[in-house]
Design a protein around this ligand. Sequence first.
Ligand SMILES: Nc1ncnc2c1ncn2[C@@H]1O[C@H](COP(=O)(O)OP(=O)(O)OP(=O)(O)O)[C@@H](O)[C@H]1O
Length: 260
Amino acid sequence: MPTDSNPAQPSIVEVKDMDFAYGSKTALHGINLEVERKRVTALIGPSGCGKSTLLRCINRMNDRVTGARIAKGEVRVKGKNIHDADVDLTQLRKQVGMVFQKSNPFPKTIYENVAYGLRVHGEKDGEVIHEAVERALTQAALWDELKDRLQAHALGLSGGQQQRLCIARAIATQPDVLLMDEPCSALDPIATLKIEELIHQLARDYTVIIVTHNMQQAVRVSDYTAFLHLGKLIEFGETERMFDRPKEKLTESYLRGTFS
Ligand SMILES: Nc1ncnc2c1ncn2[C@@H]1O[C@H](COP(=O)(O)OP(=O)(O)OP(=O)(O)O)[C@@H](O)[C@H]1O
């Protein structure tokens, strides 16, 4: 599989020769992927190729699906196999945060949505929580908009604001990696643009891995792209290079829209 990995940059997430199965059905075959720190990596490919499954392997979100398992290989985050017996799932999900397709704020105030993760991890110091809420809302480009109504109900926000609030919630505990599963698919073009700008800014502090159906979005937001087809990683490399000069015929036909 062609790759343009950068040997000078140690990977924060490594997927090594991984097969993933739902019961008897193998959904991912022999995946090898190295994700560079503080960069945006996009996962693209036709519907059902395994993008979300791969994303959800990185914080063991697939553990929730009965019969779903890594059949071969491993996933490492910061060098640690995430299936080792001593891995604490709550800690892993603190390290690897997630934002879903449909925004899902809790039916609580704006403030409590962002403070939630800190409280779950046992933070009791009001000042520490307040600083974290302000920092996360600022990083999610929401502080100026919302600072005067932190006690308002989160469900009263617009769809785009709710999604940015979910991003603020995910980054409040300062994860190393942020997984985003089609974060703009339910949003209008203006709200989408704001999230895309935000993704650029987030990559200063976080490693972002995003699933997108929208190839133009992959070009706009990502540094690296992984193209999957039928559960296999066909090509991985710098986004600009891959879209200009794909190395694989299959990638080329998918990107040119001549895919059958
Ligand atoms: N919970 C599940 N149980 C059984 N099979 C599943 C489950 N979730 C996904 N699959 C199967 O695994 C394969 C990969 O699905 P996945 O949702 O990861 O693909 P995707 O590329 O994200 O698709 P889409 O772009 O349509 O969201 C598909 O064949 C799908 O039917």
